[in-house]
Design a protein around this ligand. Structure first.
Ligand SMILES: [Zn+2]
Length: 147
């Protein structure tokens, strides 16, 4: 009988984390990009040209989002992936800021901003999509990736 209420127990619901808590969990730069939909400067992110095999997780909540096998060199200045690890790992929504229509990419688990996705640019990839993600939103874990 003692175990009856432990079923959905210990996992943090990242959607319920208060703004003040996010500020404690993240650095000022991480907070700006992840929680205020900022953008890091191009060509300075630590994963822009990384080819290391592994899985990229959300910096805010740790959910695995992208794999090195879907990363490609777009020369745009930010890490670029042609597909997320799985479609339900991310949220895509319309972003009309800056006077243009873009598609914002967010982590489905914690709703933090990751970057944008662009379609039909002519890259030689299986999807012709470019998930343009801020390095600061990601944490790479080096490990073998199965295709
Ligand atoms: Zn997340």
């Amino acid at each position: 009988m003692a175990n009856s209420d432990k079923s959905s127990g210990n996992q943090t619901d990242f959607k319920l984390i208060a703004d003040s808590q996010w500020r404690e969990r993240l650095t000022a730069e991480e907070y700006h990009v992840l929680r205020e939909a900022g953008t890091e400067r191009p060509f300075v992110g630590k994963y822009t040209d990384t080819e290391t095999e592994g899985v990229y997780s959300c910096k805010a909540c740790g959910t695995e989002l992208f794999r090195s096998t879907e990363k490609f060199h777009s020369h745009c200045g930010w890490p670029s992936f042609f597909s997320p690890l799985a479609g339900d790992k991310i949220i895509e929504r319309e972003d009309r800021s800056l006077g243009q229509v873009r598609t914002e990419v967010l982590c489905a688990n914690c709703e933090s901003h990751l970057g944008h996705v662009f379609a039909g640019e002519g890259y030689d990839t299986p999807t012709d999509l470019r998930y343009c993600i801020n390095s600061i939103c990601l944490e790479l874990e080096e490990k073998p990736v199965e295709d």
